[in-house]
Design a protein around this ligand. Structure first.
Ligand SMILES: Cc1ncc(COP(=O)(O)O)c(C=O)c1O
Length: 444
């Protein structure tokens, strides 16, 4: 293969990995830090700009996971950095629980206008609750759904991920390790399969209506169905086109609310501002986090105004929606709207056919799926049996790291590509070539 030209937009590996400074940090981390974190490669980050991350030894990597789908505008986008700096000089904290500041209604109004722009939401009014993370956005959604409906049960999906605090964890069912040792979890959650057309033709909605609602769960007691419109940690799984609209019909029939978890799929990642906009689907409550503030901690629970009708004291957070995070979010939304949502759609159209084309070269690619820059590549032992190949998947991730491209896994044997939404064609092509070379190397 011809040598690749290294520019500032592409990786450059200058030491063995991990390098000496990285090794020292990793040793210290092992001594002091909770072993519960799941580090997938020995990367010790020093700085980052755009889609390039530099480690403590001067190695440069192309970031195709964006800090787990967070740095939507790219690392340290100059407009976002300026907004953070300006806000930090003016007001860092006052607590929206007890006082007012203009950033809260300003961002909420922006988010409401996104709802009305994205698809016909019939001019409905929305309200926002601000927390600090995805899991908090889900906690607030669960509490609100119970409060508003007076019902106590939830329907969630197998292989979903909604966070790790007790309420969210009770919905999460992506890996046993995430739940092991923490029971009993919050009662009232029933899991049903997520529709995975690559692996199964099981009729999920028939099962919910004809089995679950007739034998196990009284639908009149279900507060909400919680769903990732495109499943993230579970393997970047896109539901069939009519699934969400049929789910909505079923929910409406029983007076059940719909909670869309857009923590990973939202804020432009799929080429539309929210993943549910790809479908005929109208959630009542939306959980947003990750990409909304370009890396500053912010979780938002958005609900139709008539549903977010809880009384003062029902829910609050000391830090949630602090002015610095909200300033970052306001700038992030502006930049996403201006150019990066469209770029995510464009780069997705660039990447997906190139990944699909690799299927003729690599028998271990079982499936390529996703929308925009939320793309999954399922790695299998055999394309006919579809037997998952988790070790091979992990070896590809490791080999990509050695070659300077950062990618992560999702589900048992899928590779996920979730780069910053500002990547260009040169970077996208580099990632495809590196992935292909890495796959050739580990299957040699
Ligand atoms: C869909 C989804 N929901 C919720 C969460 C939890 O977010 P956080 O880690 O910010 O608590 C995640 C995190 O990966 C997620 O992907």
């Amino acid at each position: 293969m011809a040598a690749k030209v290294i520019s500032d937009k592409l990786p450059k590996i200058v030491t063995a990995l991990p390098g000496p400074k990285a090794k020292a940090v990793i040793d210290s981390d092992k001594r002091y830090i909770s072993p519960s974190y799941t580090r997938s490669c020995p990367l010790v980050v020093k700085s980052a700009q755009g889609a390039i991350v530099e480690d403590v030894d001067g190695n440069r990597f192309l970031d195709f996971n964006a800090g787990i789908a967070v740095c939507s505008t790219g690392h340290c986008h100059p407009d976002v950095v300026r907004a953070i700096q300006k806000q930090a000089e003016t007001l860092i904290h006052m607590s929206g629980t007890d006082f007012y500041y203009e950033h809260m209604p300003k961002l909420a109004a922006e988010l409401e206008s996104l709802m009305q722009e994205g698809k016909a939401q019939d001019g409905k009014q929305w309200r926002c609750f601000f927390g600090n993370s995805g899991t908090e956005a889900i906690e607030a959604a669960l509490k609100l759904a119970r409060y508003h409906t007076g019902r106590w049960q939830f329907i969630a999906f197998q292989s979903s991920f909604h966070g790790r605090t007790m309420g969210a964890l009770s919905l999460t069912s992506s890996k046993l390790a995430q739940r092991k040792g923490f029971g009993p979890l919050v009662p009232g959650v029933t899991h049903i399969p997520y529709p995975n057309v690559y692996r199964s033709s099981f009729n999920v909605l028939e099962y919910l209506e004809d089995v679950v609602f007739k034998t196990t769960v009284n639908p009149d007691e279900v507060a909400a169905i919680v769903i990732e419109p495109i499943q993230g940690e579970g393997g970047y799984i896109v539901p069939p086109p009519d699934f969400l609209s049929s789910l909505e019909k079923l929910a409406r029939k029983h007076g059940i609310l719909l909670i869309a978890d857009e923590v990973q799929s939202g804020m432009g990642r799929t080429g539309k501002m929210f993943a549910f906009e790809h479908f005929d689907f109208h959630p009542d409550i939306i959980a947003i986090a990750k990409g909304i503030a370009s890396g500053m901690p912010l979780g938002v629970t958005m609900a139709r105004a008539d549903i977010m009708n809880w009384k003062p004291g029902a829910h609050a957070s000391t830090f949630g929606g602090n002015p610095v995070c909200l300033a970052a979010a306001l700038e992030t939304v502006r930049v996403l709207r201006e150019k990066y949502v469209a770029n995510a759609a464009r780069m997705g159209e660039f990447l997906k056919p190139r990944l699909e084309k690799l299927m003729s070269k690599h028998a271990s690619i079982g499936d390529v799926r996703g929308k925009g820059l939320m793309l999954g590549i399922e790695i299998v032992r055999d394309r006919n049996t579809k037997e998952p190949a988790p070790q091979l998947r992990d070896a590809i991730i490791e080999e990509c790291f050695r070659r300077g491209v950062l990618i992560l896994g999702a589900g048992p044997s899928t590779i996920r590509l979730s780069p910053p939404l500002m990547i260009d064609e040169e970077q996208a092509q580099f990632a495809v070539d590196t992935f292909s070379d890495a796959l050739s190397k580990v299957t040699d």
